[in-house]
Design a protein around this ligand. Structure first.
Ligand code: FMN
Length: 385
């Protein structure tokens, strides 16, 4: 049986479910076209806005690395380390809409069968700002964009009526999504912030506004570490820092939890998963939770800026995975999508051992050895057996 990597997501046909997320790998037409050549099924442009953008002085992204056999974490480049995460405080694209429009046209002319999603962002709370969302959507649509991704999730903005501040307000999420839906002929995806108490609330608000899909996660709000010798933040401008976003391997389990909450709440809706993906095994987690596409940023940045080896690995491994499961009749993502979505239960519903088997879990890594004699520990007023 031949395998088929293509997917249909929000009505769009992708040759494979692997996309580059909105970030430095997608900040220009040359990057995007090279990414298509290497095999990415789709690309989300770096977020396009209407207000002027000026990034901070100095680096915008650095990578935190871990040292094997120790707890040392640092942004300092050193041999023999493993990637822990990316940390960035980069704003949205500093190129104007006028710069982007002819480039979107050129990209679509050159690669009509590849999916190009325009990430857009404006403010909130006024009719003028809602019109900005519509201006962005209309211009990108006329240039040929296949879909929109509403950036409701950037954790570090130079204005407080934008990004994750919209994504934390269910009313604004609905209103902004509705405004874009009013002018959009193409599907509208809402990229939500992971930094809320219950992301199901914001997903519901996006769907109420007419969103065709929800995307998660953007980076998690975070700080760079303080260097124990200099006592300076490892990333700073003249000693000062601001909150930025954590991406890469460290956020994979965090992002999966956010995604699982949403796919369980809305099993019939479309979701695109992002966060910590570097190989197919990671993407598989999102697929098994119900996602129809996935997106990659940090791993691609570290692989020649657009991830030629990452996409090759994703495609080859997905093909091998389907071939390995051919006996089950699986030929495409739809055959295994969502298979583990219902394996996440309330803690109280997870089976407990019989009383006599119960050993307190101390035989596993991270717990103390069992005492030779049944231990009796006394605390004031409490007797524990
Ligand atoms: C340097 C940098 C810039 C980013 N810029 C944007 C952006 O403009 N718009 C957006 O929606 N997400 C942006 N992101 C978030 C990524 O698209 C992605 O959601 C996040 O990095 C998590 O994926 P990862 O773990 O694969 O890095 C940016 C991330 C990084 C590291």
């Amino acid at each position: 049986m031949s395998v088929d990597l293509s997917v249909v997501f929000t009505g769009l046909r992708f040759e494979n479910p692997f996309m580059l997320s909105s970030a430095p790998p997608t900040e220009s037409d040359t990057n995007i076209m090279r990414a298509y050549e290497f095999g990415w099924g789709g690309v989300v442009t770096k977020t396009i806005g209407l207000h002027p953008v000026i990034n901070v002085k100095g680096p915008r992204t650095k990578f935190i690395r871990a040292t094997p056999e120790s707890y040392h974490l640092s942004m300092q480049k050193r041999p023999g380390t493993a990637l822990h995460s990316s940390w960035n405080w980069e704003l949205i694209s500093d190129k104007t809409l006028d710069w982007w429009v002819p480039r979107i046209e050129r990209i679509k002319r050159g690669y009509p069968s590849k999916i190009l999603v325009a990430s857009i962002m404006a403010g909130s709370g006024s009719d003028r700002e809602l019109r900005h969302w519509q201006t962005l959507a209309t211009a990108c649509q006329e240039a040929g964009a296949d879909a929109f991704e509403l950036n409701l999730s950037c954790p570090h903005m130079d204005r407080d009526d934008m990004g994750s501040n919209v994504g934390k307000n269910e009313h604004l999420i609905t209103v902004v999504t509705q405004a874009v839906k009013e002018v959009a002929k193409a599907p509208v995806w809402a990229k939500l912030t992971p930094s809320t108490t219950d992301i199901v609330v914001e997903a519901r608000a996006a769907f109420a506004g007419g969103a065709d899909a929800v995307v998660s996660s953007n980076t998690f709000p975070s700080l760079p570490l303080i260097d124990p010798v200099t006592l300076d933040f490892e990333m700073n401008v003249e000693g000062y820092v601001s909150y930025g976003g954590l991406g890469g391997p460290a956020i994979l389990p965090l992002s999966l939890a956010k995604m699982a909450q949403m796919t369980q709440a809305f099993p019939a809706k479309s979701f695109s998963g992002i966060g910590g993906i570097g190989e197919f095994a990671h993407a598989l987690n999102y697929f098994l939770l119900g996602c129809g596409t996935v997106q990659v940023c940090t791993a691609a940045m570290l692989d020649h800026a657009i991830g030629p080896n990452i996409i090759r690995g994703l495609i080859d491994s997905m093909r091998a995975f389907l071939e390995r499961h051919a006996d089950k009749g699986w030929t495409s993502l739809e055959d295994f999508r969502g298979l583990r979505r219902d394996h996440i239960l309330a803690h109280s519903q997870i089976k407990r051992p019989d009383d006599k088997e119960y050993r307190g879990g101390y035989e596993v890594e991270g717990y103390a050895e069992p005492a030779a004699e049944p231990a009796t520990v006394q605390a004031p007023g409490v007797v524990l057996k």
